[in-house]
Design a protein. Structure first.
Length: 87
């Protein structure tokens, strides 16, 4: 059995996201993703059990991206308006 390649996993996730954005989640298929990435369809199953698993992992990936963006954009430093109110 082939080992998972983290960069290929990310490429597959990004291809799945692109298909979901352009065609909708219902149009996502392992065949389309494999073709977009340039790998055989059987290689998709190294990373995902099935289409539902792929959708779940795409959702979790994007959720983590959003969480990281929120964490980095939220600051504990008070704003100027917040500082003025304190005085």
């Amino acid at each position: 059995m082939k080992k998972k390649d983290e960069s290929k996993y990310e490429t597959i996730i990004q291809a799945a996201i692109q298909i979901i954005v352009t065609e909708g989640a219902a149009s996502l298929s392992t065949t389309k993703v494999a073709k977009a990435v340039g790998i055989s369809q059987s290689n998709i199953y190294i990373y995902f059990n099935n289409k539902a698993d792929m959708l779940t992992q795409v959702f979790e990936h994007e959720q983590a991206v959003m969480r990281d963006m929120l964490v980095t954009s939220i600051t504990t430093e008070p704003t100027l308006a917040g500082k003025v109110r304190v005085w």
